[in-house]
Design a protein around this ligand. Structure first.
Ligand SMILES: [Ca+2]
Length: 324
């Protein structure tokens, strides 16, 4: 009898311990998956979407843009620029270094089309690096960026072709460990042909998914070889909050002294129209396209003319034959 009691007590103890272990491990799992609840500081938001959150028009932008921890790997630096801007003044980002000995965030650079390693010293297990600049949610009174969208104006440097991976700067949300939270980044690709973003500013947006624990937006500068000029420019960044249940759109209001009187640059959609001082190659490309269109038009007109002339000649000959 005593023996049976001992067995039962031991079994109960084992059960209790195992339940405790299960609950601890379940708690740990829950802790790992804990989603940061989105909250915002009511004193920092506005319904007025006409003013950007960061304008770069005064020196106060320095409180809101940061270098990423990997920025030094490729010598990323940033400073206000009053010569090349969308409106008032902008932020110029440069990178003076060469390619680091670790891969950038995007895996496609690891292997070529034949699945061979592009760089023999690293593979999929090598830690990625994110050199560039970043926005941090806490600077804007936000618990996280989940559900937010940033929009901004940008211009790509004239010398990035072949010198940045994919000829591009990549924009994407990350969590505190710099884990990617977007399957594909927003790609600012050097383009002087059909959507010129080198001699003029363009606007684009980058969202962070809801409940994604996004706390930063990274602008990655994946340098492959030394840049002789600027990497890219930023102006007028606006942070939009997730739309409320009432459909109201709130933004983080301007916090760095927006110069509303400065005239925005004209942004030309589609094919670029020349302005004084721009590169000649783009103009030649445009002319070639226009020339190509003209040639096709002339050929069509000539063919129609020949067809009509042929029909007229045929009718006239038939008509003459009737009388002779
Ligand atoms: Ca500005």
């Amino acid at each position: 009898m005593l023996f049976r009691r001992l067995i039962c007590s031991a079994a109960a103890a084992v059960l209790a311990v195992s339940c405790f272990v299960c609950s601890v491990s379940a708690d740990e799992n829950e802790e790992e998956k804990e989603i940061i609840k989105f909250t915002y500081d009511e004193s920092m938001v506005s319904e007025d979407t006409s003013q950007p959150t960061i304008s770069f028009d005064t020196s106060d932008w320095e409180n809101y843009l940061h270098l990423t921890p990997d920025a030094d790997l490729v010598g990323v630096q940033m400073k206000q620029d009053t010569k090349t801007y969308y409106q008032g003044a902008s932020l110029k980002i440069t990178a003076s270094g060469s390619a680091p000995d670790k891969p950038f965030s995007y895996g496609e650079s690891l292997r070529d089309a034949d699945n061979n390693l592009v760089h023999p010293d690293y593979d999929e297990n090598t830690p990625y690096v994110n050199p560039g600049i970043e926005l941090r949610a806490e600077d804007f009174g936000l618990s996280c960026f989940s559900g937010c969208t940033i929009s901004f104006y940008y211009r790509i440097g004239t010398d990035v072709k072949g010198k940045l991976m994919g000829d591009a700067v990549y924009v994407y949300p990350v969590d505190e460990e710099y884990a990617h939270l977007a399957s594909t980044p927003v790609t600012l690709t050097y383009n002087v042909i059909d959507n010129d973003n080198v001699s003029q500013y363009r606007s684009i947006a980058c969202p962070a998914a809801a409940e994604s624990n996004a706390t930063r937006f990274v602008f990655e500068v994946p340098v492959l070889s030394n840049l002789s000029s600027d990497a890219f420019y930023l102006d007028n960044i606006t942070i939009r909050l997730p739309k409320g249940e009432d459909g109201k759109q709130l933004v983080i209001k301007n916090i760095d002294g927006y110069n509303a009187n400065a005239k925005p640059q004209e942004t030309i959609e589609g094919l670029e129209i020349k302005k004084e001082g721009n590169t000649v190659s783009i103009a030649e490309g445009d002319k070639a396209k226009e020339g190509g269109t003209s040639v096709v038009l002339i050929v069509v007109i000539v063919v129609i003319f020949l067809l009509v002339a042929g029909v007229v000649a045929f009718v006239v000959i038939r008509h003459k034959n009737k009388f002779y």
